[in-house]
Design a protein around this ligand. Sequence first.
Ligand SMILES: C[S@@+](CC[C@H](N)C(=O)[O-])C[C@H]1O[C@@H](n2cnc3c(N)ncnc32)[C@H](O)[C@@H]1O
Length: 252
Amino acid sequence: MNHGLLEKLKGLEVKLQDSYVQNMAATIDSENLILQVQRSPQATMDDFLFEVGHYLKLLRPGDPDAQPRKLLHVACGNGLYNLVFTAFYREIVNLDPVEEMLVHARRICRNLEGQTYVRDYGHNIGRHYPPHSFDDVFCIGIANIVADAADYFAILDAVSHVVKEGGRLVLGRIPDLAKRDPYLASLPAILAPKGFSRERIEQIVRDNRAVNWYAMEEITRFLKERGGICTIHPVNVQHIGHECMSDISVQF
Ligand SMILES: C[S@@+](CC[C@H](N)C(=O)[O-])C[C@H]1O[C@@H](n2cnc3c(N)ncnc32)[C@H](O)[C@@H]1O
């Protein structure tokens, strides 16, 4: 357990869910880079590349040869996605409030050109860049970890201002309220054969129910008011828990 990181994650201005904080502090020292970004411990590099391909399609639908210039990567974590994104973007700005994450990102992306690192929260992006600064914005794995849904909407508001007209915002892994109950009902049948006790399963179901679940219509309405046209997509990965999430791509 990385206790320094644990304290830092607990002390963030934007509060994160306790389960995420504990999990991240426990895994950040691991050599498994995929695990460090909170994927399943079983995830392989093939799974990861499949996932990145899915997000590239959402960022560049029907136009794989287009060369957008500048990507904002919000909540970049260890920056692993950039190993692929770099082929499509001349510049990538990586934003994350946690220095440890940026240390990993700098290390993983050290041989890539055009990387910039900004230590700050998503809702503060306007302090660093004026409106319409980015061709595209990618923001994944944050809706499911902020403790207060209002903080997620503050990030959406801020990033919608920095995308250029004609640009795209891709939001990944949003817990989808419409999928919550079938997902929670499916957990005992998934976890019992793995040896989880009944008490533990009930606790996991309670913990999962307690996270922020978002009505997709609320997010799409919010972004429409900011000039975005949204499309909702199922999360296209195989990890347990991700089937209850959705992705949203937004055209500005
Ligand atoms: C679950 S990780 C996801 C990392 C990366 N997006 C991925 O999927 O590989 C969540 C990341 O969000 C960052 N984070 C936490 N609060 C944030 C905020 N308010 N704004 C932007 N990033 C935040 C954390 O430091 C962490 O790196």
